[in-house]
Write a protein that binds this ligand. Structure first.
Ligand SMILES: *[C@@H]1O[C@H](CO)[C@@H](O)[C@H](O)[C@H]1NC(C)=O
Ligand SMILES: *[C@@H]1O[C@H](CO)[C@@H](O)[C@H](O)[C@H]1NC(C)=O
Ligand SMILES: *[C@@H]1O[C@H](CO)[C@@H](O)[C@H](O)[C@H]1NC(C)=O
Ligand SMILES: *[C@@H]1O[C@H](CO)[C@@H](O)[C@H](O)[C@H]1NC(C)=O
Ligand SMILES: *[C@@H]1O[C@H](CO)[C@@H](O)[C@H](O)[C@H]1NC(C)=O
Length: 510
């Protein structure tokens, strides 16, 4: 079925990520506290349960919650998962007995050689999370670097064109554009446009998620051995050691530049990128119980956290806009007006309010059917007193994102939907905001700290697309998201065409 129709290596990657998602919550089998929504007579191997989960998760959840008027359990290929009604969103967000980090650490194999990016992301001192939180938010100097990198990426990947329509390499080009933009802020000028470096971060992220997906196909007791024999895991180990060597060279060179400047009585150069911020934030304590990860590991962690999700967001918007010429025109005028008025700056992206609404609408239509995944690190009780045993995997129903009582005409892409709410004074309708029924970036203390950076990055990348290119879906091609269990991704084989516009408007972006 799916396998036969998606022949490329990218399809495998995507599939692996989906499988990862499927297994993300694999818990040991236990007697379920709540009724199971996909339990069928004579289905001893859970074949029907798994098929129903994969094809019909959304309906299973909504009809189950409705029928039982209590939380429900859903069987997924690697275990089972408690789905709470969205009315318990606030309880999950504030409950200290529920943890997100532990779930991810466990299911993404922190500790395996080559999977070091996960260790760097999850290091107890939270150096990286701190840098993302404090430095990667809203800063004009990073915006300028990002603009310059994007200008270069579009020139290299999509070209200045000859006025002809052409089909793009959908998977690689979209990821390449986001990787260029991010690298300008993550590694700084030395490596931002370096072909080998960009190959490493993109290759690592792809190999990592594929390896995780593959490992979940093996029984858990065997995984700590099996990973030695998986080509994707081996590729991860290679990428890690190369990334470390390259970043250590860059740091060495920087130290020498500073030393030289001192000798010559000059002011030393200032480095304004995540590589430098992480160095500054690290304790440098090599004798600590868990020593700080190496600079290269931190870089791969940033790529892992930022590349896949941001690229997906970028792709979703492109697909949604391809069929909406009137929205595209309105966006072009908004984007060029803001850049003329504010230059490349946070003020400009913050004022791109229609674009913000478009991004959120696109995210709403592509979101997972659950949110706020957690593991109970202790026994904990629901507000009604029901015990949730330690080790339970919990998530919250998010299907109201596609429900007409919350969003009239819920399956239609309405570019102005969130802008209207925002203009009506409803405060939680910006792309980066969570709301009582909107938790796509997570919530509570686990809310995604990179969402401000991602929002600016996607806006700027879209500004380049809008002002420089006309775009459309190839004739006869109809885009369909791929849904698998809780999750949705853009068709990895989308046929997307572009044509360079007359330079006038786009010139402002190089
Ligand atoms: C999806 O699940 C619901 C609820 O269990 C069920 O009634 C329906 O038949 C399922 N749909 C398909 C296509 O299997
Ligand atoms: C932006 O970054 C520059 C250079 O690191 C720094 O001096 C400035 O304080 C930052 N601004 C904000 C608002 O964080
Ligand atoms: C996409 O990128 C990968 C990794 O860099 C490369 O191996 C592959 O050939 C590229 N695909 C196309 C169609 O260029
Ligand atoms: C983490 O932070 C603690 C307290 O600030 C410090 O003692 C320890 O050395 C740090 N660990 C590393 C690896 O830097
Ligand atoms: C964006 O970057 C490009 C390439 O460096 C440059 O030509 C252009 O002027 C920049 N745009 C703005 C508005 O700063």
């Amino acid at each position: 079925m799916l396998l036969a129709t998606l022949p490329s290596i990218y399809a495998w990657t995507i599939l692996a990520i989906l499988v990862t998602g499927m297994y993300l919550f694999g818990a040991k089998r236990r007697r379920p506290v709540f009724p199971i929504v996909n339990k069928y007579p004579h289905d001893f191997l859970n074949q029907k349960a798994n098929r129903q989960y994969i094809q019909n998760a959304s309906t299973l959840i909504t009809s189950g919650l409705n029928k039982h008027q209590s939380p429900v359990t859903i069987v997924i290929p690697n275990g089972q998962k408690i789905v709470l009604p969205s009315s318990l969103t606030g309880w999950v967000k504030t409950n200290k007995d529920l943890d997100h980090k532990k779930l991810v650490q466990h299911d993404f194999f922190a500790g395996f050689p080559g999977f070091d990016a996960q260790d760097a992301l999850q290091h107890p001192n939270e150096t990286l999370i701190g840098v993302i939180r404090t430095k990667l938010g809203q800063n004009d100097s990073t915006m300028e670097a990002m603009n310059a990198s994007l200008a270069k990426a579009f020139r290299v990947l999509w070209g200045d064109g000859d006025g002809q329509w052409r089909i793009i390499d959908w998977h690689n080009d979209t990821m390449g554009i986001i990787a260029h933009a991010a690298s300008s802020v993550f590694v700084g000028p030395e490596k931002a446009d370096d072909g080998e470096w960009l190959e490493i971060v993109q290759g690592y992220v792809t190999a990592y998620f594929t390896a995780v997906g593959e490992l979940h196909g093996y029984p858990s007791w065997s995984r700590s051995m099996v990973h030695w024999f998986l080509p994707n895991a081996a590729a991860c180990r290679k990428y890690v050691s190369r990334a470390r060597a390259i970043m250590n060279d860059v740091l060495q060179k920087r130290r020498e530049e500073v030393k030289l400047a001192k000798l010559q009585g000059r002011e030393g150069p200032e480095y304004n990128d995540a590589l430098a911020w992480i160095q500054a934030a690290s304790s440098g304590n090599e004798h600590a119980k868990t020593p700080e990860p190496e600079a290269g590991d931190f870089q791969l962690a940033l790529a892992m956290a930022a590349l896949f999700t941001t690229t997906e967001a970028f792709r979703q918007v492109l697909i949604h806009l391809a069929a909406k010429p009137d929205v595209v025109e309105a966006l072009r005028s908004e984007v060029s007006k803001q850049i003329e008025q504010h230059g490349i700056s946070v003020a400009a992206t913050n004022n791109m309010v229609l674009l913000d609404s478009v991004m959120k609408e696109s995210q709403r239509l592509s979101a997972a059917v659950v949110a706020l995944e957690r593991i109970a690190v202790k026994d904990t009780t629901l507000p009604d007193g029901t015990l949730i045993p330690r080790g339970s995997h919990i998530t919250v129903d998010s299907t109201s994102l596609l429900d007409s009582s919350s969003y009239p005409n819920p399956l239609a892409f309405d570019a102005h939907r969130f802008l209207r709410k925002r203009q009506a004074g409803d405060k939680s309708n910006q792309f980066v905001q969570s709301g009582p029924d909107y938790s796509v970036f997570g919530g509570g203390r686990h809310i995604c700290p990179g969402r401000f950076f991602a929002a600016n990055e996607v806006k700027l990348a879209l500004a380049h697309v809008l002002l420089k290119y006309d775009f459309r879906l190839a004739e006869g091609y109809e885009s369909k998201n791929i849904r698998n269990g809780f999750y949705t991704i853009v068709d990895p084989m989308a046929k997307f065409e572009i044509k360079r516009r007359k330079p006038s408007l786009g010139e402002v972006l190089g």
